[in-house]
Write a protein that binds this ligand. Structure first.
Ligand code: NAD
Length: 291
């Protein structure tokens, strides 16, 4: 039976370190580091996510503000808000909660967030920085996965990593981060042939698809590290990942549970990104930010 990669515990530790560094920032800058979250519409899952994000900010000594806009908000009004937040000196991070209502142009809104405040790492400059190995803000979920892999230990260099899912938010940046750590990365997706056989070659298996139980036990190479990013509801309405957990846990060396794996890490890394953005914007010495 594999060991559980406890995202809640690793996230709590990271949040503790962010809280200490947030205190240092506040004393140097004379104000708290601040994240502004923009929510458009009434999507119930999004409401929960933004509430959790703002609460996590406050608990870590950051300022977390939520802007709630009605579902029929126009593109112009939303852009005006984002531009306004972009111009404010006391705003270090801006996060536009996705998905946006259908009539809004998601990409235009995301690109309106200044790159140095783009704590989600979705701006083209940050995506390009990640692709070319430069300093930038990196998407929170893959960053959280990397921290979990580091917690599990083991050398990523030369390891065979298979990432299932190629979204801009999770799969692609995940592949880039693994590559930067010298893993040999295969990015799989809905058209990949013989997915099970491919997964069974992986020392590190990341599932980021959104299909309950897609990854079966015999897709897991004995001794692999399995990170399950998926969030799904099963037929009973229970929260489950993309990996058939009980089967996979029999073979994996380490495996993340859902819930309690990647989810808490995503929020902790959002706090970390906000603090990093604030630190950089204030011009504080990078070496003195220890996270
Ligand atoms: P997405 O829908 O944008 O991308 C899904 C990817 O899966 C696509 O690249 C597609 O090619 C691939 N795919 C679809 N069906 C497949 C199949 N049968 N076999 C192989 N690949 C297949 O989703 P996303 O935004 O990347 O999110 C993926 C999952 O991760 C979702 O369940 C989402 O809720 C979850 N998620 C969790 C967190 C977290 O914090 N835990 C954060 C972001 C996303």
């Amino acid at each position: 039976m594999g060991r559980i990669l406890d995202g809640k515990a690793v996230a709590a530790e990271l949040r503790g370190r962010v809280a200490v560094a947030a205190g240092v920032f506040a004393s140097r800058a004379g104000r708290k580091a601040g994240l502004e979250v923009v929510l458009v519409g009434e999507d119930p899952a999004s409401q929960v996510y933004v509430r959790n994000k703002a609460r996590a900010c406050e608990e870590a000594g950051l300022r977390g503000v939520v802007h709630r806009l009605p579902a029929d908000t126009t593109q112009g009004a939303l852009l005006e808000l984002v531009h306004g937040l972009g111009a404010r000196d006391d705003v270090d991070g801006i996060l536009v909660q996705l998905p946006l209502p259908k009539h809004l142009h998601e990409d235009a809104v995301l690109q309106a967030v200044p790159a140095d405040k783009d704590v989600d790492g979705f701006h083209l400059l940050n995506a390009g920085a990640l692709f070319t190995g430069r300093e930038g803000l990196v998407p929170c979920t893959p960053t959280g996965c990397m921290r979990l892999l580091d917690h599990a230990g083991g050398d990523l260099s030369g390891a065979r990593a298979v990432v299932v899912g190629r979204s801009n938010i999770v799969g692609k940046p995940m592949a880039m981060l693994l590559l930067a750590r010298h893993a040999t990365v295969t990015l799989a997706h809905s058209r990949t042939r013989d997915l099970g056989l491919l997964c069974a070659t992986a020392d590190i298996l990341i599932a980021a698809v959104g299909r309950a139980g897609l990854v079966r036990g015999d897709w897991v190479r004995p001794g692999a590290i399995v990170i399950d990013v998926g969030i799904n509801r099963d037929a009973q309405g229970k929260l489950v990942g993309d990996v058939a957990f009980d089967e996979a846990a029999e073979r994996a060396a380490w495996i993340t549970p859902v819930p309690g794996g990647v989810g808490p890490m995503t929020i902790a890394c959002l706090l970390e990104n906000t603090l990093r953005a604030a630190w950089r914007r204030k011009g504080l010495p990078p070496g003195e930010l220890t996270l």
